[in-house]
Design a protein around this ligand. Sequence first.
Ligand SMILES: [Zn+2]
Length: 231
Amino acid sequence: MYYFYSYWWLIIPGMLLSLFAQWKVKSTYKKYQQVNSKKNITGAQTAKYILEAYKINDIAVEETGGTLTDHYSPHEKVIRLSTNVYRGTDIAALGIAAHEVGHAIQYSKSYAPIAIRNTVFPIASLGSNLGYVLIILGMILGSLGSISQIFILGGIALFSFFVFFTIVTLPVEFDASNRAIKILSKGGFLDTEEIEGAKKVLGAAALTYIASAITAVLNLLRLVLMSRSRD
Ligand SMILES: [Zn+2]
């Protein structure tokens, strides 16, 4: 018999870190949303200027609903900015807009980690759910010996793809933010003082990805330990 609740405490650090990251993003975003940039241009204008400077002219910039829903869709070739970022002229808006353009630039420069990330995405999204299902099935079928072992090992292998995905997301996100900060600073969108604010907003956002990766690694560790603990 396997213990489903064994090593439950391995979930705690990831949970706490995720909660902290969420709070940090919200509070930092709120703070710098109130600091207007001296240039007084919107996030949408910033995105369009940068795309133009990089001679990327096949990508549209659109407004979308929600808060912090900003993203780049490579298939549709659209940068979607949430209303506050699209219309906002604050430091947070410019930082986030430039970050999303950073992703578009990654594609135009064939940045390797984003290609790897996209390759593992289908199996990773399958692995985050089906991996668990297989492992639990394997545990329930524990008495069937080798069949249950195949389920458990298969589940762990699938879940590993999800863990790998969360890890390879880190360089992708850090790189987009680094590009954003460099462009905003060199392009004169923000001055040195304002850049510090943009760095804080993007740094807080990066923390959520770090929290996801740590949570995934600990979950994998837990699944491995759990599958090895028998009554
Ligand atoms: Zn990003």
